[in-house]
Design a protein around this ligand. Structure first.
Ligand SMILES: Cc1ncc(COP(=O)(O)OP(=O)(O)O)c(N)n1
Ligand code: TZP
Ligand code: MG
Length: 207
């Protein structure tokens, strides 16, 4: 399986009251991956929403990834994205099995990505590349890091942080495989606009 394309990430504040409608609109435009990212501790809601997203993604043949929580991912039979403080990759791979998609945050450090590859990551994520209202304090990364990652790594490379239709092209030109986007996709005034943006991101990636 080649991991390349638009990687939509949900945000509980931005998508309050319209999570499924906006996610379906994005799926209509074409998503390679969807990440359920909810930093709250409302476990019951997280389970309910993640199950609904898993079923929706299945209808569109799109893989669901759970942020931070390998146990929830295992319960649902989907993938997980783990940051540097979200627990180790090796046990997550053992828990989820060889076919699960497991992503790893590497900030701007190719060494972290090399390590993640050895520990069984399916893709590595660098960023943030631009200002992000979703995660303003996230460490930054540059196009130089992306060049270095592209030349050293065989794994799919994901980029994140403030990505929009206006600024994404250089990231693709420098070797990004997956564009991970919250606000630049879901910060739209209508579901139709979400679909339009998703299609336009796919065009940027020549998908
Ligand atoms: C695709 C992707 N890349 C990076 C992140 C950030 O993960 P992390 O550093 O663990 O930060 P939180 O998202 O958990 O706040 C991500 N979630 N997805
Ligand atoms: C989770 C995360 N990690 C680094 S930046 C970021 C937020 C991405 O959201 P946006 O696309 O709205 O900047
Ligand atoms: Mg995390």
């Amino acid at each position: 399986m080649t991991l390349r394309g638009l990687y939509a990430i949900t945000d509980s504040q931005l998508l309050a009251g319209k999570l499924l409608a906006y996610v379906e609109a994005a799926l209509d435009g074409g998503l390679t991956l969807l990440q359920y990212r909810d930093k709250s501790s409302d476990d019951a809601r997280r389970l309910r929403e993640a199950e609904a997203l898993r079923d929706l993604c299945a209808r569109y043949n799109t893989r669901l990834i759970i942020n931070d929580d390998a146990e929830l991912a295992a319960r649902l039979g989907v993938g997980v994205h783990l940051g540097q403080t979200d627990g180790p990759l090796t046990p997550a791979r053992a828990l989820l099995g060889p076919k699960a998609i497991i992503g790893s945050t590497c900030h701007s450090l190719v060494d972290l990505a090399e390590q993640a590859a050895k520990e069984g990551a399916s893709y590595v994520a660098f960023g943030r590349f631009f200002n992000s209202s979703t995660k303003p304090g996230a460490p930054t990364a540059t196009l130089d890091v992306l060049d270095q990652a592209r030349s050293q790594l065989k794994l799919p490379i994901c980029v994140i942080g403030g990505i929009t239709l206006e600024n994404a092209a250089p990231l693709v030109a420098h070797g990004a495989d997956l564009l991970a986007v919250v606000h630049g996709l879901f910060g739209a005034d209508s579901a139709q606009e979400v679909t339009r943006r998703a299609k336009a991101f796919n065009q940027l990636l020549a998908i």
